[in-house]
Design a protein around this ligand. Structure first.
Ligand SMILES: Nc1ncnc2c1ncn2[C@@H]1O[C@H](COP(=O)(O)OP(=O)(O)O)[C@@H](O)[C@H]1O
Ligand SMILES: [Mg+2]
Length: 277
């Protein structure tokens, strides 16, 4: 019990994780700790191992070597269905995770599986938040791609998991869904959820993450503060990542403050503006 106590404030602890699908190592010697309530951006080139790392946290893959502890539980000794109650995972292509005949059944699926009470109330309230209340009796496959993706997000959030992994959530999204996603991320952070945001969208990462973990060729290249990350031009180049437009702008105009979103930028501009004499 004392051993598990060490992990209690940490949502995720990974020690010496090694993973491969066939011959080649896809994750090498990964050590990391993510604390409860942290919002972490997981970045890196395509094929660097981000989705594989997510699958280890979910218990969908078992380590060849090393340990993955999530919410105090050793993932390799726990069923994937038990892990799904703790970690919500929004797939890279969310339409692929829809199976039910109606939107209602899709959102209710996990609740029924886990024997959770107040199913009807929870489904309707989540559908309301996601703008799907008029679609509950429809087949998800008759909806637009944007609506279908909202169904996939609703079916995860309705389970109220402690940890959320969003794997490239903005790819192929329309503007309405993008704004909704940002709103949801803010709400989830306010509610103290632990979030891992996997994305190439540096604007989204800048606005919603405090810390960055960067992978390249299965190795951890960076793990730390977001401001230091975006100040390291060499590292960004090595990861083939670009500065978000907001930081390009503030750099170009020599602003002294690190800004995370448009509101912060406007504040800084107002403060730094000098009257022309
Ligand atoms: N199911 C699989 N079978 C074999 N190789 C895989 C499989 N999934 C991913 N890979 C390989 O593992 C490496 C890491 O993939 P992945 O974790 O999906 O990277 P990322 O999410 O960063 O793009 C890539 O070289 C990829 O081709
Ligand atoms: Mg991926």
């Amino acid at each position: 019990m004392i051993f598990w106590g060490i992990y209690m404030k940490k949502a995720i602890v990974i020690n010496n994780l090694w993973s491969k699908y066939d011959e080649n190592w896809v994750l090498k010697n990964i050590y990391l700790k993510i604390y409860r309530g942290e919002s972490v951006g997981l970045v890196g080139p395509t094929g660097s191992g981000k989705t594989t790392l997510a699958k280890h946290i979910l218990g969908l893959l078992k380590p060849i070597k090393g340990r993955v502890i999530v919410d105090g539980i050793d993932v390799s000794k726990t069923s994937a269905s038990k892990m799904a109650r703790i970690v919500g995972y929004l797939f890279q292509n969310p339409s692929h995770q829809i199976f039910s005949e109606t939107v209602y059944d899709e959102i209710a699926f996990g609740l029924k599986n886990f024997g959770i009470k107040n199913i009807d109330e929870r489904v309707r309230s989540m559908a309301e938040t996601m703008g799907l209340i008029d679609k509950l009796e429809e087949s998800p496959f008759n909806l637009s791609i944007g609506e279908r993706e909202r169904v996939a997000i609703a079916s995860i959030l309705v389970l109220d998991p402690k940890i959320l992994i969003l794997d490239e959530p903005t790819i192929g999204q329309d503007y309405k869904n993008y704004i909704l996603l940002k709103f949801l991320l803010n709400r989830l952070r306010e509610r103290g959820k632990t979030i891992i945001l996997i994305s190439h969208d540096m604007e989204l990462i800048l606005e919603h993450c405090d810390r960055i973990i960067a992978l390249k060729n299965g190795e951890k290249l960076y793990d730390g503060d977001i401001k230091i990350f975006f100040n390291n031009a060499f590292l960004l180049k090595n990861l083939n990542l670009d500065l978000p437009p907001l930081l390009k702008f503030s750099k170009k105009y020599g602003l002294n403050k690190f800004v995370r979103n448009i509101d912060e930028l406007i504040k800084v501009l107002k403060n730094e503006a000098r009257p022309i004499c």
